[in-house]
Design a protein around this ligand. Structure first.
Ligand code: CUA
Length: 414
């Protein structure tokens, strides 16, 4: 039989290893790389206001937390089991303590509500002279649309991009955040039924989250500071890069749904904007379906142009590819644009990002000659880019050489 002493030692050992593990876990989290996606190290004006608001609630919570933990510890030691079998004094409630705790908590919450409400109102205001951009959550990437003449309402666009939101430093950017709205869903006129999904747009260093809800236009203002940088982006060397994430579960590749906000010096932004909104010299496949060059033939052969536009002002279902190689990342912002990655993606996208398009391609190709995101195939909804690794219906498998031609063409689109 073990003595009480050795049982106590074993208990103590177990407790100390638990505490050790907890400390290790906290330490590991704290040691993560600094990637500018930290709401506690805010860079934007709005994120700073939110962070300032957080200060007093955290201080009050720490004080109350320490108080409660201290009292629990005190009671556990003072009134611990002392080896006799006497029943301790039975206590049923204490009106003064209960009333005090209830009224005290209500008062603290009421006081904290005042600055919170004021800040919510403040952040909701539409700033004057803001740059208007639409951010559209798709499965699983973000489309960014710059309205013609900076109009605040939905309509015509002078530039449509994906995954990387480029903005000027120092200027308020008013985002209209919406869920995939089916605007220009597909060239073949197929309705985009993959639009009934909620996403959440979040750039932790710049502002709080806002949901992208089907049928709603939600607003968010981002203001990148003038004095923060410098990274190199698309040939501009004073760029600030702020990582963003989708913060609402939205299906299979939710965790891959990343994006970046890139803030450029105001004159660099103007330069970027005029370059990007310029049409390509020749479309690989034009409106009449005439192709130019080998890449054009292949983009038509594999139906790429049904979902992807090479006209920088057009919104089709898939990411606009007009100036593809001017970006740093592709595929939900998860992969860097490198020749290897792009070639692999073109041929076998689902091996790089899980998508629901496997098994969907065959029937939609077979009947309509197009791949249709949103179609239902044996109860499964097709979302995302298909894999061309194997033959599907009318569409033959894509050879390595064909994938290289398409990838080289995409990489030439600066
Ligand atoms: Cu989009 Cu999660």
């Amino acid at each position: 039989m073990r003595s009480a002493g050795s049982a106590r030692t074993a208990k103590f050992r177990r407790l100390s290893s638990l505490i050790g593990l907890a400390m290790l876990a906290v330490g590991t989290i704290a040691c993560g790389p600094e990637n500018d996606a930290n709401m506690l190290r805010p860079k934007g004006k709005q994120a700073k206001q939110i962070n300032d608001l957080l200060f007093w609630p955290v201080v009050i919570a720490i004080v109350i937390g320490i108080g409660v933990a201290g009292l629990v510890l005190y009671a556990a030691i003072k009134f611990r089991h002392k080896g006799d079998d006497t029943v301790p004094k039975q206590v049923h409630g204490n009106r003064a303590v209960e009333l005090g705790a209830t009224i005290g908590s209500a008062l603290i919450l009421a006081v904290l509500a005042v600055p919170s409400y004021a800040l919510v109102q403040d952040l909701a205001e539409t700033p004057r002279g803001a740059l208007n951009v639409e951010a559209v959550g798709k499965q699983w990437w973000w489309q960014f649309r710059y309205p013609t003449d900076n109009k605040p309402v939905v309509g015509e666009y002078s530039l449509v991009t994906a995954n990387e939101l480029v903005i000027p430093k120092g200027r308020d950017v008013r985002l209209n955040v919406r869920a995939c709205d089916g605007v220009g869903a597909s060239k073949s006129g197929i309705a985009d039924t993959s639009c009934n999904v909620i996403h959440s747009f979040w750039v932790p260093a710049l502002n709080g989250k806002v949901d992208a809800v089907p049928g709603r236009d939600n607003k968010l203002t981002l203001t990148a500071p003038l004095d923060y940088g410098p990274h190199e982006y698309a040939g501009y060397d004073n760029a600030a890069v702020y990582p963003g994430i989708c913060a609402e579960y939205c299906g299979l590749s939710h965790a891959n749904m990343r994006f970046k906000v890139i803030a450029l010096d105001p004159e660099d932004y103007e330069d970027w904007y005029s370059k990007l909104s310029e049409p390509l010299e020749a479309l690989p496949v034009d409106e009449e379906n005439n192709t130019s060059g080998l890449a054009g033939d292949l983009l038509k052969k594999f139906s790429c142009v049904n979902c992807h536009s090479f006209n920088p002002t057009q919104t089709l279902h898939g990411p606009n590819l007009a100036h593809f190689a001017s970006r740093e990342t592709f595929a939900s912002g998860k992969w860097d644009i490198t020749p290897e990655n792009v070639r692999k993606w073109v041929q076998d996208a689902t091996s790089m990002i899980p998508m629901q398009s496997e098994g969907c391609a065959e029937s939609s190709f077979g009947f309509t000659g197009t791949y249709a995101p949103g179609t239902e195939v044996s109860g499964e909804r097709c979302v995302g880019m298909p894999s061309y690794k194997e033959e599907q219906g009318d569409i033959p498998a894509m050879t390595d050489a064909e994938a290289s031609v398409i990838a080289d063409y995409l990489l030439s689109l600066k």
